[in-house]
Design a protein around this ligand. Structure first.
Ligand code: WTA
Length: 665
């Protein structure tokens, strides 16, 4: 494909002049082919919104009892979709494939950490999930119960989610990198009745305990509601056992391989997934069954252009929303063959992604910018693991998710992994949106590096000012969505008020969705570029972190009097966590300061998880504050970047403190 030069300005200050139209061969075979097709879908959604969504819901999903209404706005912003329809998500992901020719098709290729792999067909997965579901039922888990899943990347992890869906239990997956304390908090908030975990997880050649962390969560208290802990035996390593524990293989061994699904309302909560917000504790984002599945399936077809012969690989973990929508649900509903990868991108070396693509003839590859950036570095240092050393000719489509992709990383991905042939879909979405909101459609949308381009059909993205007024293209503002869509968040578990305040604030009229990101549209193309979070949420390696959460963890340490956490740009991880700390004792310096910094980093790992460890900690006698006592985070951000403060600091109570906080340890 040729690189067409045009004077396309992104208005973010830098000039992005490259545009990549879809290759003719890709466009010719695409599910949505050409911009006219895309525009026709958008027009259909606008002309008759109800009809548009209802038709798709009837075509895409099988209903046990048909719905009579699509969107119901009577209790906005608690919108509902297809609410009087009955269905089952697991039925729509598995049973439907037993009779449509997919029964013996490979559903999952499991690529283990050690490089061995295995396959499971749709028929076999259906059996596995059915036995699992029957096992859970035999323990008394029933419709509406909450089940915590704390599992490694595995077929069993996906099966656990599907089994819950099958019996109408609402799952809450907790990422395997979270600490016992984080796990305990989620168990309590969700009011869970069971935990599904694994003895160990295997990553990068190491065995890391999971079951032991569940045990530790119990010792922290408040987990009495958990009647059973189901344990998948991954390694056979040593574990402590108590009367509430049961091995998965023992639970399922005598269970029938068939399990009548629990038919639930389309609005039945399929899952709760905890994510960081700007204040307080993580919020339990609650998703539906029908609307959620409709959108995850549809976006597989539109954004990933899924075809029956594709081998799809999403590298996300099932502990994050991407692993929910584009591993556990979307690909299965769409009947895809997909790779589930246990390991890490750098083991046994940083060529692992490329060798795995080659090995399984992957056709669609979906990963995060952080991974790409770290593999660029690795390939620069070691030519033997450069993507050009592997046969990647099976690839036809690439995707990116989780954070802005910088144009340089985009170009490297495009040239070296996609060999100038594969469109890249830069997909913008959030835990709350359930599925992709803005993205190129690979057979239609001309690509611009660094832009997620345009909203998908039916998604009413817009940019407004603080009062909710539309802004013209070229002017940055708040990203909002003006109309409800099927896979949207339904509420925050246990906290409907916080749901309204966070996502449908009164200042914007109370019925348009506030994403929490800033964005700007290009003057000529109308393309969207995400400019970053507008709240106190950081994005570190594509993982969402609340600055307040990390601050609370730090001040919980007996040594700490006060802490302020800010993000600073990082070449590899996108953002890095920088903490400014005041100790109860005098300000440490030199080796002592370095030692305390290590202790505090480990403390945060214990409180939240290793992913929340500050990259940098600086100590001061105080923090920069206004006379009314407000911490000036704006100034801390400048210091964290290593830049000089040029603005007026006369409103500060204690300007001298800035000098102290300037230097990194
Ligand atoms: C950011 C992940 C730019 C954004 C699916 C959003 C992105 C947050 C992109 C949600 C993208 C996600 N370009 N920024 N393509 N995708 N983000 O909930 O700030 O873990 O609000 O969902 O990631 O992160 P979450």
């Amino acid at each position: 494909m040729s690189e067409i030069e045009s004077a396309n300005e992104t208005q973010t200050g830098k000039q992005e002049s490259r545009i990549f139209p879809p290759p003719a061969t890709f466009q010719a075979q695409a599910n949505v082919s050409g911009m006219d097709d895309y525009r026709a879908l958008c027009a259909a959604a606008q002309t008759d919104e109800q009809d548009f969504w209802c038709k798709l819901a009837r075509e895409q999903l099988q209903w046990h009892k048909p719905f009579t209404q699509g969107l119901d706005e009577s209790n906005a912003p608690f919108y509902t979709w297809f609410a009087d329809g009955e269905m089952n998500v697991s039925y729509n992901c598995l049973d439907v494939h037993l009779t449509n020719g997919n029964a013996d098709k490979t559903a999952i290729i499991f690529e283990a950490d050690d490089g061995t792999s295995s396959k499971i067909s749709y028929r076999e997965l259906h059996q596995k999930v059915s036995k699992f579901a029957n096992g859970l039922r035999s323990l008394g888990v029933k419709k509406g119960d909450r089940v915590i899943i704390y599992m490694p990347m595995s077929v069993e992890g996906v099966a656990a989610m599907q089994a819950c869906a099958r019996i109408g239990a609402t799952h809450s997956v907790v990422f395997g990198g979270f600490s016992a304390k984080s796990l305990q908090e989620r168990i309590i908030d969700a009011g869970a009745v069971a935990v599904i975990t694994s003895d160990y997880q295997v990553r990068g050649g190491k065995q890391l305990p999971l079951k032991a962390i569940v045990d530790e969560a119990f010792t922290l208290g408040g987990c009495e509601g958990i009647a059973n802990v189901v344990v998948y035996q991954r390694t056979g390593g040593q574990v402590h056992w108590s009367t509430r524990d049961i091995w998965l293989h023992e639970l399922t061994k005598d269970q029938p391989a068939d399990c009548e699904p629990e038919w639930v309302s389309a609005e039945h909560p399929l899952f709760i997934l905890y994510t960081s917000g700007s204040t307080g504790k993580p919020k339990g984002v609650q998703h539906s069954s029908g609307g959620y599945l409709l959108w995850t399936k549809l976006t597989m077809q539109w954004v990933f252009d899924l075809k029956p012969t594709d081998v799809f690989w999403c590298t996300a973990d099932i502990g994050w929303v991407t692993g929910h929508s584009y591993i556990a649900y979307g690909p299965l509903a769409a009947g895809a063959t997909q790779i589930v990868f246990e390991g890490i991108p750098t083991f046994p070396n940083a060529g692992r992604f490329w060798s795995t693509i080659e090995k399984h003839k992957t056709t669609i590859f979906y990963t995060a910018p952080t991974a790409i950036r770290s593999l660029i570095k690795a390939a620069d240092g070691d030519a033997t693991i450069h993507p050009n050393k592997f046969n990647l000719t099976s690839l036809r489509l690439l995707g990116s998710v989780g954070e802005p992709i910088n144009p340089e990383a985009w170009m490297w991905y495009y040239k070296n992994v996609g060999r100038d042939l594969c469109p890249i879909v830069d997909t913008f979405w959030q835990t709350e949106t359930g599925g992709i909101m803005m993205s190129p459609l690979p057979g239609a949308t001309p690509l611009v590096p660094g832009s997620c381009t345009l909203p998908l059909p039916g998604i009413a993205s817009a940019i407004v000012d603080e009062a909710g007024h539309d802004l013209p293209n070229g002017q940055g503002g708040l990203l909002v969505v003006k109309r409800p869509w099927p896979s949207m968040i339904r509420t925050i578990w246990n906290d409907p008020e916080r749901f309204k305040k966070s996502y449908f604030p009164e200042e914007l009229g109370g019925n348009i969705y506030l994403a929490g990101d800033g964005a700007i549209r290009n003057k000529e193309t109308g393309y969207f570029t995400i400019t970053g979070r507008i709240d106190d949420v950081l994005n570190v390696s594509g993982h969402r972190m609340g600055t307040m959460e990390i601050e609370s963890a730090l001040v919980a340490n007996p040594m700490v009097a006060e802490a302020a956490v800010v993000g600073r740009p990082d070449d590899t991880t996108g953002e890095a966590i920088c903490a400014f700390v005041v100790l109860k004792r005098s300000r440490p310096t030199g080796d002592e300061a370095r030692q305390i910094a290590i202790e505090l980093r480990n403390w945060v790992a214990k409180e939240i998880g290793p992913i929340a460890k500050p990259k940098e900690i600086r100590f001061g006698d105080n923090l920069p504050k206004t006379r009314s006592g407000k911490i000036m985070r704006r100034l801390l951000r400048i210091l964290a970047k290593g830049e000089v403060i040029t603005q007026d600091v006369s409103t500060l109570e204690n300007p001298a403190i800035l000098e102290q906080l300037k230097e990194a340890l």
